[in-house]
Design a protein around this ligand. Structure first.
Ligand code: GLC
Length: 559
């Protein structure tokens, strides 16, 4: 039977950060059986695909993105059988599971790396990037998490790590290593997995001479994007990866593929692309951190026009060659409202508007856990309440720059990845019903205000609104248009409105106001029916629509 390569395109995806989703055994950490116990919640919401952040055996230096055994499940998440059960139980509900695939690096506690350390002549040593250098790192590359990208292991011997020093980079130039990775991928796919979200994949090819580059900061170092991101030659590696693994299955692959130029998008996700789809970061990472978070411009100081232009560029370029994955939140970002809305205007109405904006774009929508509840950033009172390695680094940089701990924690509260990693609030009981034990990360200060149980009972809640959005997108009447219809930006004369028409068999307009005041917009079409809105009625007169603060509309255009 021919494979249906497009099975995932009209689906709704949901990202789970397993540590913080639901704890079944009371040890304070979310686990696989916890997820199994919440499959009905996901099914009821209308979810078809779940992306699980890594659950493999790991010392958890970087939340599981440091894998010590690709074939095993970490005991904090359960057993291998629990993973099999999750795949099976999800299947019963028509839900496919995507695992996270971390191929750029593993953990320094992986047996390969341990052997490589113990014996520099071992085969395993050639799986990594070891270099000799006397007294200083072999080059001036800076790691993504700050500091040199090289770690000394005694004498003149160093290894490369683009992320934390506990995440040594794998040497993809080595065919034996590549084969081992392909075998592992096929092992998981043979279990009936839906596919993979593929981590940091654009970094697997390195500039071969590993030379120093002109510094970009007084620290003398240089960010490692130029010599390690989409470096020429990566295509051969990605083609081989695909041919030896994904091509043999009806699986779906979504790549974390930062920095792919639009001109190359077709090679990545076109008809014969390396992957089915990818996350484009151009519209979600609008800020330029510069030296550290504390020097970053406050998000809402960017004009909304900036978001709009980037988002539409991404939509239009992606539609030329393939089908994107759209999202506003994930486990690496603070909550979207902290990025795109002024603090004083964050409320149910504006949260629904933000949801509407991304949800009806062309591409498969990925909802990040808690986004459907309208979760905001929590408040961390001290760095001791934070777990994330990149947050700790940014905090250190801020202190080194002379900020007080009170000032430094403010930047943490705005930008930390832990903002999105606090436990999911299931109800208003102790620990938000997440665990009966002591949660591994503090529960959100406001879990009594937004939690799944209370919001399910409230027809005006953000959760109820997400259910309506999902129902609309999946409805027999509009699914085709909302999945494949093209995107035509409209109302571009208004700098605080983002609006577009999904065109095709039917025409549907999505209009989102970021204006804190009421404003009138002249519609570029005639009659319409309101399909969905975050406010009850629709105020319009003779082709002019009156938008109240942060109002959004999904309109079926008539005629
Ligand atoms: C990806 C992950 C992030 C992780 C990094 C290193 O960007 O999303 O959480 O820290 O890769 O694996």
């Amino acid at each position: 039977m021919a494979k249906d390569k497009n099975w995932w395109k009209n689906k709704i995806a949901y990202q789970i950060y397993p540590r913080s989703f639901c704890d079944a055994n009371g040890d304070g950490t979310g686990d696989l059986l916890g997820i199994v116990s919440k499959l009905d919640y996901l099914h009821d919401l209308g979810i078809d695909i779940v992306w699980l952040c890594p659950v493999y055996r790991s010392p958890m230096d970087d939340g599981g993105y440091d894998i010590a055994d690709y074939y095993d499940i970490d005991p904090i998440f359960g057993k291998k059988e629990d993973m099999d059960l999750l795949i099976k139980e999800a299947d019963k509900r028509g839900i496919k599971i995507l695992m996270d695939l971390v191929l750029n690096h593993c953990s320094d506690e992986h047996p390969w790396f341990k052997k490589a350390l113990a014996d520099s002549d071992s085969e395993e040593a050639s799986y990594f990037w070891f270099r000799e250098s006397h007294g200083c790192p072999p080059n001036n590359w800076r790691s993504m998490f700050g500091g040199s990208a090289w770690e000394n292991v005694g004498g003149d011997r160093w290894y490369l790590h683009l992320f934390s020093k506990k995440q040594p980079d794998l040497n993809w130039e080595n065919p034996k290593l590549r084969q081992k990775l392909y075998d592992m991928i096929n092992y998981w796919l043979d279990k009936g997995l839906g596919g993979f979200r593929i981590d940091a994949i654009t970094h697997i090819k390195k500039e071969p001479t590993l030379s120093s580059l002109p510094p970009d900061d007084p620290d003398g170092m240089v960010g490692c994007f130029a010599p390690t991101r989409n470096y020429p030659g990566i295509g051969d590696l990605l083609t081989e990866l695909r041919q030896n693994t994904f091509d043999k299955y009806t699986c779906m692959t979504v790549a974390e593929a930062a920095g792919v130029p639009y001109a190359d998008l077709g090679i990545y996700i076109g008809e014969d692309g390396y992957f089915d789809t990818l996350f484009d970061f151009t519209y979600s990472e609008l800020y330029n951190w510069g030296h550290g978070w504390h020097t970053c411009k406050k998000p809402w100081e960017w004009p909304i026009k900036n978001l709009r232009d980037k988002m539409f560029a991404s939509q239009i370029e992606t539609a030329k060659v393939g089908f994107g994955a759209v999202y506003f939140e994930n486990h690496d970002y603070p909550r979207a409202c902290a990025k795109f809305l002024p603090d004083e205007y964050v409320n149910g109405t504006s949260q629904k508007m933000l949801g509407t904006l991304f949800f009806f774009l062309r591409g498969i929508p990925f909802i990040y856990q808690g986004q459907e509840l309208g979760m905001t950033n929590p408040t961390f009172d001290s760095i001791d309440e934070v777990n994330d390695i990149s947050t700790k680094n940014h905090y250190r940089i801020a202190l080194a720059d002379g900020l007080t701990p009170e000032q430094a924690i403010k930047a943490v509260n705005r930008y930390s990845r832990d903002n999105a990693r606090v436990p999911f609030p299931w109800n208003s009981g102790k620990n938000g019903g997440f665990t009966t034990g002591k949660p591994w990360l503090k529960v959100h200060n406001d879990y009594k205000k937004f939690n799944a149980e209370d919001e399910a009972k409230d027809i005006d809640s953000v959760l109820s609104y997400y259910k309506k959005m999902i129902k609309l997108r999946k409805s027999a009447e509009y699914n085709l248009t909302l999945t494949y219809g093209d995107v035509e930006p409209i109302l571009l004369e208004h700098e605080d409105v983002i609006a577009y028409i999904r065109g095709g068999e039917k025409r549907i307009a999505v209009i989102c106001s970021f204006c804190p005041d009421t404003k009138d917009v002249k519609l570029p079409f005639g009659g319409f029916d309101t399909l969905l809105s975050n406010l009850d009625d629709t105020v319009s007169d003779n082709g002019t629509l009156t938008l109240r603060p942060f109002e959004c509309k999904v309109l079926l255009i008539k005629g």
